[in-house]
Design a binder for this molecule. Structure first.
Ligand code: FAD
Length: 317
């Protein structure tokens, strides 16, 4: 059985949770088995996960799950997988998934593929999972040889589809969890916008913005489009923007439908995190900026003129 950890944030399932259930169902189809979803803590709409392909939903509630603690969540997923006899565990490749994927693999002596971006296949008789390597310049097909296999799935890798019926039974799981060994002192929501790894529309700014006081032109376009904002590394390093907005090799890797880059040169380390975007629009006053080679659409011009005009045009529609 394939067990998918469907993460709920503040009791709500976001797109990434639906993506992993679809991924789990398609993986189960490859193996000729069932896909079950695991929900940790309170969440509304757990029975709805059936629409995305879960034939059963298991829910574990415990006061120890109230705040995220990687060690406790690892025990929860590992013990649920053991109890239910799961042979494949699927997680989102977000901050939660990244924190527990390796811990789970160690605990269950399982092989793992973090950051997969395609449905597994049976190749030469082996269960094989594809993931990007070398900053997205190549793919590796990884054979998982262990009895239990763990996959974390990169956001926006596969489309969300309705593969089943809603109204799935939600069964309570009974597992004793350890007390958290960490205490959350403060929980600060960074932005009211869609988090970068899940965002379908992203407007990003680089050093060409000249300073944090000029970010209004990026914010305005993002607001008009309903997009999430991002930035290049030097911008975050200079404290013009918060670090969670930094995209690239050493920042967040994203795959939005639309990536608009203004005043960013397109260094290879930046491209490594954004070149999987479906459509790239580059605005740069230097016609020789390397980013234009990766762009689907390019505007050679001053971003302080182009961005407000784009915002105006978007607002008209
Ligand atoms: P710049 O290179 O200074 O480019 C600014 C651009 O703005 C120029 O192309 C300029 O023509 C244009 N511009 C200026 N004014 C205007 C205007 N008015 N209108 C329009 N265009 C204008 N970088 C990342 O972004 N992400 C990473 O994850 C990352 N990881 C790294 C890892 C390593 C190990 C190293 C060595 C570097 C890494 N970098 C990363 C840094 C990367 O190499 C570049 O230095 C960085 O991406 C450049 O940022 P930028 O394009 O904002 O600035």
């Amino acid at each position: 059985m394939v067990l998918v950890y469907a993460e709920a944030t503040n009791g709500q399932f976001k797109k990434m949770a639906h993506e992993v259930v679809v991924y789990g169902k398609k993986t189960a189809d490859v193996l000729g088995t069932e896909c079950h979803a695991l929900v940790l803590g309170d969440a509304s709409g757990a029975e709805d996960l059936g629409r995305f392909g879960a034939s059963k939903v298991h829910q574990l509630k415990s006061p120890n799950l109230e705040k995220f603690d990687a060690a406790v969540y690892t025990v929860a997923v590992a013990e649920a997988a053991k109890k239910l006899g799961a042979t494949v565990i699927v997680l989102s490749h977000n901050s939660t998934g990244k924190s527990i994927c390796g811990r789970l693999a160690a605990r269950l002596e399982a092989g793992s593929v973090p950051g997969a971006n395609a449905i597994p296949m049976m190749k030469d008789g082996f269960f094989t999972v594809r993931k990007p390597v070398f900053s997205g310049k190549a793919f590796a097909d990884v054979q998982l040889l262990t009895d239990v296999k763990i996959i974390s799935v990169a956001g926006n890798s596969i489309p969300v589809e309705e593969l089943g019926q809603g109204g799935t039974t939600v069964e309570a799981l009974d597992i004793t969890l350890p007390e958290p060994r960490t205490k959350v002192v403060k929980h600060q929501v960074a932005t009211g916008r869609v988090p970068l790894p899940e965002a379908e529309l992203v407007v990003s700014g680089g050093r060409g913005l000249k300073g944090p006081e000029n970010w209004g032109v990026v914010e305005d376009l993002a607001e008009a489009l309903g997009a999430t904002t991002a930035c290049s590394r030097p911008v975050a390093d200079s404290d013009w923007r918060p670090h969670h907005e930094h995209v690239g090799q050493t920042g967040v890797a994203i795959r939005p439908n639309l990536y608009i880059a203004a005043g960013i040169s397109g260094a290879i380390q930046h491209l490594a995190g954004v070149n999987n975007s479906k459509t790239i629009v580059v605005i740069n006053k230097d016609a020789d900026a390397p980013f234009f080679k990766a762009a689907d659409y390019g505007v050679v011009g001053d971003l302080f003129e182009v961005l407000p005009r784009l915002t105006e045009a978007v607002k008209k529609y």
